[in-house]
Ligand binder design. Structure first.
Ligand SMILES: *Cc1c(COP(=O)(O)O)cnc(C)c1O
Length: 841
């Protein structure tokens, strides 16, 4: 995957491509490593200071500055030296064995294809909305740091997500900027002969051309597809216009492009990933594409192909409520997939539909992408511990009669790519304490090195960080007011708002109901009193977009803007418009406290709060998502009682709790200083939060966990299964015979706290090696159940039944233990691939 050098003549017109040294500059400009490693910033700044300030996109600079300027700079020995040095470093980084090569050299894993509707890598490539893209982008970057062979697959949107303007009435206006591919840090994917790789997929009987693009992200690659090919009909060109735009019709086409087009793209590049990782159900059509491909290559049935290929598929769910699952109506599915089912998969349309239905036989039921993903995967995971357990509930009905604790959904808590979100100052502090390569391997010694930092160092760091945020806020607000058309006299005040010494809270997120973005406004007077306290003042920065057609969401924004105006709080509160990655970066680097008030358990994980950790910011958050597992009293503050509440009154209770936390805990701690002016308890909390939480909630940990617990096992499972796929015959046999499997007699001998169970089971001719009998007992504390295997004692007793035996030593009542029969054959994942189960009672 190291990637060949670019052919320079494909990148620039003739006048530019012959400049000596331009290839090296292009190599740097087209590697998104610059989004987290700032060693090349100086070069871009030297080439065009203004453009760099405005775009932070080296590729635009390279394409824009004059030829003379390029020649002049490339002729400058200092510039040349720096460039040569950076190219050498880049070469070293991309070839040196990284964590994966050093730790898992024996693994059979060659490639993981990571499918996602959005990737948040840089503001220079705006193809994301929020959290989901953040997870994808940050994990791709960490995979690069760690050398894990992950390849991203996504879509290139002509417009991405909307840009937000707040007008003088506080109303959100949506603008759609054009993503000019010539100025994005991406290049067309070209074949050996220089031809642009274009792919053809079939939609409703029409051929649709997809263009392909490559994004370099350090050692990893992201491949993007778009349909804006002049050879397409206008309606097809528009498929990839807008992220999450349009209705279900647009969405299903986008998801077909992603899943089916994405798989074709990999095939065209001769990439055969053992593992496909679906980031949310949007990507689930890849399950079909992968199976279809396998069918053709191996000349087998669709079901056989599914049984083999699913062994390499991994599904990560991000949804916390059933209503959140992507679903498509029967007619829509029929329109887009009826022909595909017959022609490509050789199955009836109803068969395909059954893969996305809760009840496969219910012909009126819509198609849920998450169900397809589940039926096409070998592992499913949620994105925090709490979300794992919420997801086990959500999906439990697919596994009737199975205990919730055994619903096959695990969890890998998300993390963020720390080098992307740390400030220059934070980087310096961490480099000093933990070294330059700290995010490229294991993180075991990190906590101690950070815990050793002095109060003075930490407080100075925090003071400066807040100061920079205040400067940024003033500048940004000035620009925002100018653009919104405020009169000059009003705009001027932006230069004087806020105070770098004042406790600074930030609240930035999408304005959707479950985030409860206006919880702080429950009692406006009380909030005003908190902000305006003359002895212990507080300042607050708000940012966030409401979905473009969501009127209630937009009103919530307006409510904030009105609040600021009505109470003349311009000096204490700002609403920054157009929340995006750059705004996040500034906020998480400078804020003292990051607020988050979602309605539990809707925040599957949440990642924005993790971004403050490395920068010494603290979290005050609902005990939901990641914070439910990260929180302890020494690292931050928790809202809520760690339970779900349906009643409406609960929001008011939590609002009150939020005010009380601020009034009695957060604010006093910040303003209680020692004789050197240092808030010692606050600084201790910062230290604990940085030391304890940063390593754990880094994408480094997340990607290592995915690698070891999911990718590597999935690759070997897939390779195992591809060798012999008799599994389908057994599956069918069990299906035919299961209905008559029955318990016969149970005898329990009881002696000195030990029970001896004998049970006879009629297994109806099933090979006894394909089932197991066990004793099940719930854990009394809600933990993992106690499962005791029973041993086959007598095969075919007089009545033809099998007799199984087990002894247990326990003080628990015998009634706690229930015998059961479950499938168990050839590496099958039970109950995911075979959900049969028979209980004694
Ligand atoms: C990190 C980030 C998110 C995710 O934030 P959560 O509120 O934690 O889900 C969303 N949008 C942007 C711009 C981000 O940087």
């Amino acid at each position: 995957m190291q990637g060949k050098p670019f052919n320079i003549h494909h990148l620039f017109d003739f006048s530019r491509s012959d400049i000596q040294g331009i290839s090296e500059l292009a190599e740097l400009a087209l590697d998104l490593r610059w989004s987290w490693n700032h060693s090349s910033d100086q070069l871009w700044r030297e080439l065009d200071q203004d453009l760099w300030q405005q775009t932070r996109n080296p590729w635009i600079i390279l394409k824009t500055v004059s030829k003379d300027k390029l020649i002049e700079k490339l002729g400058d020995p200092a510039f040349q030296t720096k460039l040569t040095e950076l190219i050498r470093l880049k070469g070293d980084l991309s070839t040196a064995p990284a964590w994966f090569q050093a730790t898992h050299s024996q693994s059979t894993l060659n490639a993981v294809a990571y499918f996602s509707m959005e990737f948040m890598l840089s503001e220079a490539l705006p193809i994301y909305v929020g959290g989901l893209g953040n997870v994808a982008g940050d994990q791709l970057k960490s995979a690069s740091d760690l050398g894990v062979p992950v390849i991203g697959v996504g879509l290139l949107y002509q417009q991405g997500y909307f840009r937000q303007v707040i007008d003088t009435y506080g109303r959100q206006q949506a603008l759609y900027s054009y993503n000019d591919p010539g100025q994005l840090p991406i290049v067309p994917l070209r074949l050996e002969n220089g031809e642009w790789l274009r792919l053809k997929i079939s939609l409703c009987g029409s051929e649709v051309w997809l263009r392909t693009w490559e994004v370099r992200v350090g050692r990893t690659r992201l491949y993007l597809l778009d349909s804006n090919d002049p050879a397409n009909a206008p309606v097809h060109r528009a498929i990839t216009n807008e992220l999450y735009g349009g209705g279900p019709d647009m969405r299903i086409q986008q998801e077909l492009v992603l899943g089916i087009g994405g798989w074709k793209l990999l095939a065209a590049l001769d990439i055969n990933p053992e593992v496909c990782h679906m980031n949310e159900g949007h990507a689930a059509f890849v399950v079909l594409a992968r199976a279809g491909d396998f069918m053709r290559r191996n000349n087998c049935s669709f079901e056989d192909a599914m049984a083999v290929t699913r062994a390499g598929n991994i599904f990560t769910t991000h949804t916390a409520v059933a209503a959140g699952f992507d679903q498509f109506s029967v007619p829509l599915m029929e329109q887009y997939l009826a022909i595909y089912a017959q022609k490509e998969l050789d199955i009836e349309f109803d068969h395909l539909m059954s893969l996305g239905r809760h009840d496969p036989a219910n012909e009126s039921e819509e198609f849920k992408m998450a169900y397809l993903a589940i039926r096409g995967s070998m592992t499913i995971n949620g994105v925090s511990e709490l979300h794992g357990s919420v997801s086990r509930q959500l999906f439990s009905s697919l596994f009737p009669r199975w205990p919730i604790s055994e619903i096959p959904v695990g969890h890998v808590t998300n993390g963020v790519h720390m080098p992307t979100w740390d400030s220059e100052m934070a980087d310096a502090i961490w480099t000093n304490a933990c070294g330059k390569n700290r995010w490229r391997g294991e993180l075991s010694t990190m906590s101690q090195s950070i815990a050793d930092l002095s109060d003075e160092t930490l407080w100075e760091f925090r003071q400066k960080s807040r100061g920079q945020l205040v400067d940024y806020t003033r500048n940004r607000l000035f620009r925002q007011l100018t653009l919104a058309g405020y009169p000059c006299s009003l705009i001027e005040y932006a230069n004087h708002i806020f105070n770098p010494e004042v406790l600074t809270l930030a609240f930035a997120r999408r304005f959707v109901p479950y985030k409860r973005t206006n919880l702080l406004l429950t009692d406006p007077y009380r909030l005003v009193k908190i902000l305006r306290n003359p002895d212990f003042p507080v300042q607050l920065i708000i940012a966030g977009k409401a979905p473009p057609h969501d009127e209630p969401g937009k009103q919530l924004i307006q409510q904030w803007v009105n609040f600021i105006q009505d109470y003349q709080l311009q000096d204490h509160v700002v609403f920054l418009s157009d929340y995006d990655m750059l705004v996040t970066e500034m906020l998480v680097q400078g804020a003292d406290v990051w607020l988050n008030t979602p309605k539990r358990p809707w925040e599957a994980c949440g990642t924005s709060g993790m971004k403050v950790l490395v920068n010494g910011g603290l979290n005050l958050s609902e005990l939901d998502g990641w914070w439910a597992e990260a929180y302890s009293p020494s690292v931050g503050w928790a809202l809520g009682d760690g339970r779900e509440h349906q009643d409406f009154g609960w929001d008011a209770t939590e609002a009150n709790e939020l005010y009380e936390l601020l009034e009695n805990k957060v604010i006093p701690e910040f303003y209680t200083r020692n004789s050197n002016g240092i808030p010692v308890r606050w600084v201790e909390r910062v230290r604990q939060s940085m030391a304890k939480l940063t390593p754990v909630f880094s994408a480094n940990r997340t990607v290592r966990q995915y690698s070891e617990q999911y990718y590597i096992p999935a690759a070997s499972r897939f390779n195992e299964r591809i060798k012999g796929w008799s599994i389908r015959a057994i599956q069918r046999d069990l299906k035919n015979r299961w209905a008559e499997v029955a318990f016969r007699t149970l005898q329990i001998d009881n002696a000195n706290d030990a029970y001896k169970f004998h049970i006879s089971v009629w297994i109806n001719g099933i090979n006894p090696e394909y089932v197991k009998v066990e004793l099940f007992a719930d854990d009394l504390n809600g933990g993992a159940p106690m499962i005791t295997p029973m041993f086959l004692q007598v095969e075919r007793a007089a009545d033809g039944a099998h007799i199984y035996l087990a002894s247990i030593n326990t003080k628990r009542p015998v009634g706690d233990f229930t015998p059961r029969v479950v499938p168990a054959y050839k590496g099958i994942s039970v109950p995911l691939e075979d959900n049969h189960i028979l209980w004694y009672r």
